[in-house]
Design a protein around this ligand. Structure first.
Ligand SMILES: [Zn+2]
Length: 448
């Protein structure tokens, strides 16, 4: 009897030890990273509009919504380099968050020698984060960084708006780093809806941090490429500044001479004209006559499809404080929705740390209701970008969209923390993938 008890104890001991010696799973922030790292194929197949029914039914693309799922958000740790901001984001005695990324040290020890050439911050009269910038100021700022930082930036015009304004994109990636078209990319746009002024402001802040403060963000600019379109709908934006503060759409002519403008975020070709859209040109959610009828939407589509290996797409909107992932066209979720949910919560945590602002994370249909034909759905469903999010920035003012200019800096800073953390997540995913494929890889940081 005694021997039997001892045997049992011995076996229990053995099994505990065995479980202790299990190889550790590949995890990030406590969650397994099991996703294959696949570049977007150049010959990505675009199903025809008629094929969408079959597409919807495809078992690899959709799974039914699981409303009971509530991940344990507290298990998320911080991204590398995050610790500095925890203190930096604390409110001062006056209650104003003291938070200047440039003064709180680099994200991670920079592996490269410091830049020899001194840099000067952009003059305040080009952009500052105390007032909303006009189209002309945004253009002037892009000219400024293209002129002053030619070794880090490429400023390109990716198309023209209906009224002929250039739609400009800044690619941020140092030229000194070995070129590799398969480098992971992050594509960001803002200002698709004209009145959501805080969105272009945050995009400009991102550009300023990545470019003018590049020494603090070397890892995420050398090993990733950022492609930022700060103002996708310049016509609508200009109109909202001069004529109608609550203008949302672009300014194109429609079939109704009394109502102009198409909702660019309903003009994309995935379930075009589906739920949450309107075929009436007088409505705020007018889809346009056909998918991609609008030059602004085409410019974004064409630019996105010209890039390979875009891992993360962010479209900045206001208002509501959400990180939304697909699908927006209906109450279904992508097969890999848990991955999107995870990264959304990583971003949410990073943002909340700065000054306590609360965001919610979920599919756009589940949190805001269906809205088909949006750019986020298209980027995931058609362009094959795994991580695709609509970021709904905070509201304020009288109607929500007219957030007071005094909030620009604080909102930009907290959002930047979240978006930067997403960059680190993509970087880490890349590193882990390469390590799995080839244990020698990742030794030279500039070789990734
Ligand atoms: Zn919007």
């Amino acid at each position: 009897m005694k021997i039997a008890v001892l045997m049992v104890l011995f076996l229990v001991q053995l099994s505990t030890q065995a479980s202790n010696y299990k190889p550790k799973r590949d995890t990030l922030f406590g969650y397994p990273i099991g996703q294959p790292y696949y570049p977007r194929p150049h010959d990505v197949h675009y199903p025809s509009h008629a094929a969408e029914k079959a597409y919807n039914a495809h078992p690899d693309v959709y799974v039914p919504t699981s409303p009971g799922y509530e991940p344990d958000a507290d298990r998320y740790a911080y991204a590398p380099g995050y610790q500095n901001y925890h203190q930096a984001g604390q409110p001062s005695a006056a209650g104003i968050p003291v938070f200047f990324p440039s003064s709180s040290g680099p994200d991670v020890p920079p592996p490269f020698p410091a830049r020899a050439k001194p840099r000067y911050p952009s003059p305040n009269n080009i952009i500052n984060f105390r007032a909303y910038s006009t189209v002309e100021q945004i253009d002037a700022y892009l000219d400024y960084i293209s002129d002053q930082y030619p070794d880090i930036t490429d400023v390109k015009t990716i198309g023209y708006s209906g009224e002929g304004r250039p739609i400009r994109m800044v690619r941020i990636h140092p030229r000194t780093v070995r070129r590799n078209s398969n480098k992971p990319k992050i594509l960001v746009d803002a200002g698709i809806h004209a009145r959501e002024w805080i969105a272009p402001a945050v995009a400009l802040y991102m550009i300023q941090q990545l470019v003018e403060n590049n020494d603090d963000h070397r890892n995420i600019t050398e090993q990733l490429e950022w492609h930022i379109i700060p103002l996708l709908n310049p016509d609508g934006y200009a109109y909202s500044m001069t004529t109608d503060r609550m203008w949302r759409k672009n300014r194109s002519n429609t079939t109704n001479p009394y109502c102009s403008g198409v909702d660019l975020n309903r003009n994309f070709d995935l379930f075009f004209g589906g739920l949450g859209t309107s075929s009436d040109p007088c409505d705020e959610t007018y889809t346009g006559k056909v998918p991609f009828s609008e030059p602004e939407a085409r410019a974004l589509r064409d630019y996105a499809t010209s890039l390979s290996n875009v891992r993360l797409y962010l479209t900045l909107h206001s208002f509501g404080q959400f990180f939304l992932y697909p699908w927006g066209f209906g109450d279904v979720l992508p097969r890999d929705w848990r991955d999107l949910d995870k990264l959304g919560r990583v971003a949410q945590k990073a943002l909340e740390r700065v000054r306590g602002t609360k965001y919610r994370v979920g599919s756009s249909t589940n949190l805001l209701g269906a809205a088909a034909g949006g750019s986020d759905d298209w980027m995931k469903g058609r362009a094959g970008i795994k991580y695709s999010y609509t970021v709904e920035l905070p509201g304020g003012g009288e109607k929500g969209f007219d957030l007071p200019a005094s909030q620009i800096l604080a909102v930009s800073q907290e959002t930047w923390e979240a978006l930067k953390t997403m960059g680190y997540f993509i970087l880490e995913e890349r590193r882990r993938h390469r390590k799995r494929r080839n244990p020698q890889a990742g030794k030279r940081l500039d070789d990734i």
